[in-house]
Design a protein around this ligand. Structure first.
Ligand code: FAD
Length: 396
């Protein structure tokens, strides 16, 4: 089947040689073997919510819409095995019925679990690492077309690599996750002056399970979102005005529904530099972009993890995200702010827009070479590589 494919925001569109939707794990392995034989590239796509051209190919684009099963392995009641094509919201609903949940979610839950993990997707919360830390194993189709069972019990380093692998180590036919018991959250949204929020933010991040804020350049106000376990007594924010409150299961309360399409650049910076970095961005936006960019700037926190290519690798993290309406020019704005984010030690979100390539990225990731060595062993022929990915990773 050949047709044009485009991503959620519409900024990325291309026509692959064919789009395949294998019926089962064996058919998936078989199509990779055929591609190796034919010298074709294979890219697997999730829900197409990334804007960086990770899935762009002239050859074979694979979608796993037929692999959406959920099973509970018998030995550990917190473990669940899910098909490689299932989305976060589908998984969340089924987990809830079984008394289980993701510890955190991002802004939306329409991505596939595999796609979200592959780019280091995270929510907010100083004690909460990126979502992929739930991954403990799975069934992977490697670059030789072999279907292998992987697990952190046997090969913890491989799983640390697979937790944010951009689809270059293999295709997950299924993933084994270790989850947390279900929990209810109280979400409260507040409005305040930017100065007040920035002054209080370190305390907010310490005192709330989740906190983030959107800064609105035109009004210079912020919308703060706090989320805490529903049974905890809610803390007041004396400097802010409460706008609304909602209590419910975590998978219902954390994600939003985004109808308006936008483009985004996001960098992860060391948490201790986060607010100063945000201040620099704010000054620059006020001086140069306030008239042009009506969209808000988002500030979040993420706990450190040890996933080889995680943007939170080895350091408590703050993330700063710039947005612009997808129908308006965005590159001028993003390119102007990007050097500020880089100068703060920033690592770009793998699934969002940025201009970095291997020479810029290598120094940011202490285990970069380790990841590349694992890539070579998982995909010796480079069947999962494209010109973009070769440049991004520095692979000949
Ligand atoms: C509206 C919106 C809100 C967002 N909110 C957040 C947020 O709160 N936090 C955050 O961190 N990010 C956020 N993102 C970014 C988003 O989570 C990532 O871009 C994510 O990777 C998209 O998942 P997807 O299923 O669409 O995957 P795709 O974009 O289709 O693919 C992403 C990567 O996953 C790989 N992949 C897909 N399936 C598999 C598989 N089965 N096996 C191996 N590799 C696979 C692909 O090859 C590709 O490299 C948001 C994006 C949008 C558009």
């Amino acid at each position: 089947m050949t047709r044009e494919w485009s991503n959620w925001s519409g900024s990325l569109s291309f026509t692959p040689g064919r789009i395949e939707a294998p019926e089962n794990d064996d058919a998936l392995a078989d199509l990779v073997r055929r591609a190796v034989r034919d010298g074709a590239a294979v890219r697997v796509v999730g829900s197409g919510h990334s804007s960086s051209p990770l899935v762009q190919t002239r050859d074979v684009l694979v979608t796993l819409t037929n692999l959406r099963h959920i099973e509970t392995p018998r030995q550990d009641p917190r473990e669940v095995t899910i098909g490689g094509g299932i989305t976060l919201d589908q998984a969340g609903k089924t987990f809830l019925a079984r008394g289980l949940a993701f510890a955190n979610l991002g802004d939306i839950d329409k991505q596939t679990v595999a796609g979200a993990f592959a780019t280091g997707t995270h929510g907010t919360g100083a004690t909460l690492p990126p979502l992929a830390t739930h991954l403990v194993g799975g069934r992977l189709v490697t670059g030789t077309g072999d279907l292998v069972e992987v697990g952190s019990e046997d090969d913890p380093e491989l799983v640390r690599a697979l937790r944010a692998a951009l689809g270059v180590l293999g295709i997950f036919a299924s993933m084994r996750l270790r989850l947390v018991p279900v929990f209810r959250l109280r979400k409260r949204q507040w409005c305040s002056r930017a100065e007040d929020c920035l002054r209080e933010f370190d305390d907010l991040a310490r005192n709330h399970r989740h906190v983030d804020f959107y800064w609105y350049p035109r009004s210079d106000e912020v919308k703060i979102r706090t989320m805490d376990l529903a049974d905890d007594s809610p803390a007041e924010l004396p400097f802010a005005r409460l706008l609304d409150e909602e209590v419910g299961w975590s998978n219902e309360v954390i994600p939003n529904n985004r109808e308006l399409r936008f483009e985004e650049m996001e960098y992860s910076v060391p948490a201790e530099r986060g607010l100063a970095c945000f201040e620099e961005v704010r000054e620059r936006v006020k001086a140069h972009w306030r008239q042009i960019v009506g969209w808000r700037v988002l500030y979040r926190t993420v706990a450190a993890d040890d996933t080889l290519l995680s943007t939170a690798y080895g350091r408590p993290t703050a993330t700063i995200s710039l947005h612009q309406n997808n129908t308006l020019p965005f590159w001028g704005f993003f390119r102007d702010i990007e050097p500020i984010l880089r100068a703060c030690g920033g690592r770009p979100h793998w699934g969002k827009l940025h201009t970095l390539r291997a020479d810029d990225l290598r120094p940011l990731y202490p285990e970069w070479e380790r990841f590349l060595a694992i890539r070579r062993s998982c995909d010796p022929e480079g069947v999962f590589l494209t010109p973009y990915l070769r440049d991004l990773l520095g692979v000949d």
